[in-house]
Design a protein around this ligand. Structure first.
Ligand code: FES
Length: 357
């Protein structure tokens, strides 16, 4: 048995007072969870501590909190691990971010998380005709959506999403990962409509800024950002959805830019994303970016010569990578959630036999 001090972020809207920190010392084996620590503090010292939990086994997703500043499941974080990441020997527990706090560690999931999930039509739209018995789906197709199906809707990715922090309308990582679960499912009848909606939505799939926060936050390895990139690739490459938000053109301009320069040449990226320097669509964008350009020049972050005469050209190795990828007849999606190879499915004898050869 060891002692652990928990510093809990408390907030009671009915009191009218501001949030405050509250410390309690609990006694538990070190492999027990932070949730058990909080429940002990609640049982022994203060029954008014607000925490939501149900399964206590990392399945229901209801105990999402921030522990020492990182989002995670309280029931899935051992006290000794939490102590190791504590700055001052005290385990700090706060409510998740990007969602309004109802009380103490309980956030309003309906106001943000579930509202976003509802936006993406979170159910399968059956392909017709509906078979008399079950749909037969290729194994690879189901493996492909397994990763997004592993989501337990805990909201950890929403809590840490930097794009949602500045744009509360952004559909967000959890809902977009859920959208991929249906777009990638061959039984769904409307992947094009789903993708078009998310591409045309100004707060849809192109609002992700690739910060990787959701990837780190997810306790189930769902890799929400990876699912968002898949949505974009399918919308771009398979359906050619040219959206009004310029996501399609921006992605193509980005690839072209790297293929040509090897490194990103930012001065070309903006005009290329809008059809080229002299395209009527590009002119207002270029004019609106002038204050940024002037600031960059004044602070010597760029020089006119570098911006206009970018000397860097892609090496032949970079061009070879592009040639190789583009010559592939089919895009290969790597699902990192499923590991191992086909040998794992072979009978033990067959693998051993293969190893001898
Ligand atoms: Fe269910 Fe933690 S209590 S995930």
């Amino acid at each position: 048995m060891a002692t652990f001090t928990l510093r809990l972020r408390r907030y009671d809207p009915e009191s009218g007072g501001p949030p405050y920190w509250d410390e309690h010392t609990v006694e538990l084996d070190s492999h027990r969870s932070v949730l058990e620590g909080i429940l002990q503090a609640k049982g022994r010292f203060d029954g008014s501590i607000g925490i939501r939990c149900s399964c206590r086994a990392a399945i229901c997703g209801s105990c999402g909190v921030r522990i020492n500043g990182q989002p995670g499941l309280a029931c899935h974080t051992h006290l000794d691990d939490a102590l190791a990441s504590a700055a001052d020997g005290v385990i700090e527990v706060e409510p998740m971010g990007n969602m309004p706090v109802i009380k103490d560690l309980i956030v309003d999931m309906d106001a943000v998380h579930w509202k976003k999930i509802q936006e993406i039509t979170p159910w399968l739209i059956n392909r017709e005709p509906i078979p008399e018995r079950e749909y037969l789906v290729p194994r690879d197709a189901m493996v492909d959506v397994t990763q997004s199906m592993a989501c337990i809707q805990c909201g950890a990715c929403v809590s840490d999403c930097l794009a949602m922090e500045v744009d509360s309308q952004f559909v967000g990582p959890a809902a977009l990962a859920k959208a991929y679960r249906f777009v990638g499912d061959p039984r769904d009848a409307e992947p094009f409509e789903r993708l078009r909606h998310l591409a045309e939505n100004p707060d849809g799939m192109y609002s992700c800024t690739h910060c990787f926060k959701c990837v780190d936050a997810c306790p189930k390895g769902v890799n929400p950002m990876g699912q968002i990139m898949r949505l974009r690739r399918i919308a771009n490459d398979d359906y050619d959805i040219e959206d009004r938000n310029n996501g399609y053109r921006h992605e193509h301009a980005f690839v072209k830019n790297i293929r040509r320069n090897g490194l990103l040449h930012e001065a070309d990226l903006l005009p290329d994303s809008y059809g080229g320097k002299f395209h009527p669509r590009a002119v207002p964008e270029l004019l609106s970016s002038l204050p940024v350009v002037i600031r960059g020049l004044l602070r010597r972050k760029i020089t006119p010569a570098k911006a206009l005469l970018h000397p860097h050209k892609a090496s032949k190795e970079v061009r070879a990578i592009f040639d190789h990828v583009e010559s592939e007849p089919k895009r290969y999606e790597l699902n990192l959630y499923v590991s191992g190879d086909d040998k794992d499915n072979e009978p033990a004898g067959a693998v051993a036999e293969g190893a001898k050869q």
